[in-house]
Structures are given as C-alpha cells and as structure tokens.
Design a protein around this ligand. Structure first.
Ligand SMILES: C[S@@+](CC[C@H](N)C(=O)[O-])C[C@H]1O[C@@H](n2cnc3c(N)ncnc32)[C@H](O)[C@@H]1O
Length: 220
C-alpha cells in the first residue's frame, strides 16, 4: 500500500482533546524506559522532544533523569497548552521542563541539544528527509537519538484490523486518527533508506513489535 498523507499539525480541538485524554501510559513509559536503557550515562543533558504533543513524554523523562533539562516542541498551540497545564500539576520538575510552540523545521536552539527523542511525529511529516535533516542540525555531534513511530500495514484492511484489535473501546475520534496515522506511516525499509540518504550511518532501525519501528544510535 502506498503512503496516504494525513494533516501535519494536530490542532483541531476535538482531535487534540481525544489525544490528550487517551491513555498512552504503557507506550510512553516503554519509550522513556528504552531511552534510559540505551543511554544511562548522560550527564546533565538537555533533551529535546520533537512533536511532544500534550507533554507526557517530556514529563516522564524529567522525572526519570533528575539532572536533565527537557524541551518539548510541538507546532500545535492546543497541544502545547495541554502540555503546560500538565506540567503545572507536577512537582520537582517544573524548572527543568519547557514547552515551545514551533514547527521543528523552524527551531533554532541557543546551543545544540545533548539528545533528541521523538515519538509518533514522523508519520505526520510530508517530507521525512526534512525531519532527519533537522534532527541532525539540532543535535550536538555524537548526540544520542531515540525516535519511534508506527509501521505502515500492507493494506487499508490490515490497518482497520489493527485499529479494531488495539483500540476497540477508544472514542471514535481516536480510532479515526489511529487509522489515518497507520496509512501515513513508513515501512522499516523506507526509514532505512531515509537514514542512508542523509548519511546517518550510526543510526540503526529496529522493529521492536509488530506495530512500531525505532531508530536509535548517535548522529555524527
Ligand atoms: C501523534 S502526536 C505525538 C505526540 C507525542 N509525541 C506522544 O507520543 O504522545 C504528533 C504530534 O506532532 C506534532 N507535529 C506535527 N508536525 C509537526 C511539526 N512540523 N513540528 C512540530 N510538531 C509537529 C503534532 O501537532 C502532534 O502533536
């Protein structure tokens, strides 16, 4: 099946509400734990989360890495508003987490990030090469990366079957978005080709389960 693009930025209020209220605890904590396992020894890192959505992952990272600073970046103002509201309810991390409403393509940092993470953003991006180019530009040489996203199924029917199996009891808006996200996602081979095109030879693609790819390693 060919890729079917979906809207890049999630700023429809109903869509944002459904996403912000959904329970992604298992997936998000799994992503954060994997980051800690891959990179346990970062010293006082500034970690940037591209496409941070309602802020759950930056908040989990800040709780896990007590010496880090985290910047969550999302182009959707409603998502950033949810993220800021979520941060206000936290203790012990407020001075180490910030959220910026910007397209990652337009971001400039005062100094390069020590690490970059991103979950479920890449399938939104019309030109994925732009994502990997910006990631390289924003990260210090040798900086570690963890990026995760959905794998595109073989057919619309297969995508619908995944939605029915994994999100049977979720609100209709979330099920619809999940379906469109699966259609817009990349295959493992496509991701490997994107990395090769940008000479990101120290980044590796893996498929940790039947629904996701991850990219990890260092950027030189
Ligand atoms: C599916 S959500 C993932 C949110 C979060 N990373 C998570 O795992 O829960 C994708 C997010 O990427 C954001 N996004 C899409 N294109 C973007 C861009 N060019 N720059 C920054 N954020 C973008 C969307 O607005 C949306 O909030």
């Amino acid at each position: 099946m060919e890729r079917v693009l979906e809207a890049e930025v999630m700023d429809d209020s109903e869509q944002v509400l459904a996403y912000a209220q959904a329970d992604f605890e298992e997936e998000n904590q799994g992503f954060v734990d994997q980051f800690f396992t891959l990179y346990p020894d970062l010293e006082n890192p500034h970690i940037v989360d591209l496409g941070c959505g309602p802020g759950d992952i930056p908040i989990r990272v800040a709780h896990g890495y007590t010496t880090c600073r985290v910047t969550g970046i999302d182009a959707s103002q409603p998502m950033i508003t949810y993220a800021q509201q979520a941060l206000q309810k936290e203790t012990g991390i407020q001075d180490r987490v910030q959220f910026l409403c910007q397209r990652f393509q337009d971001v400039t940092l005062s100094s390069p990030a020590d690490a970059i993470i991103s979950n479920s953003l890449v399938h939104h991006v019309p030109n994925p090469l732009r994502f990997w180019y910006c990631l390289k530009k924003l990260l210090k040489p040798g900086g570690p990366v963890l990026v995760m996203d959905l794998l595109r199924p073989e057919s619309p029917e297969a995508a619908q079957a995944i939605v029915d199996e994994q999100a049977a009891d979720e609100p209709e808006q979330l099920r619809k978005d999940f379906y469109h996200s699966l259609l817009a996602a990349f295959t493992e081979d496509e991701v490997a080709a994107h990395l090769a095109e940008l000479n990101l030879s120290r980044l590796f693609v893996d498929v940790p389960d039947d629904r996701h790819w991850i990219v990890y390693g260092q950027v030189f």
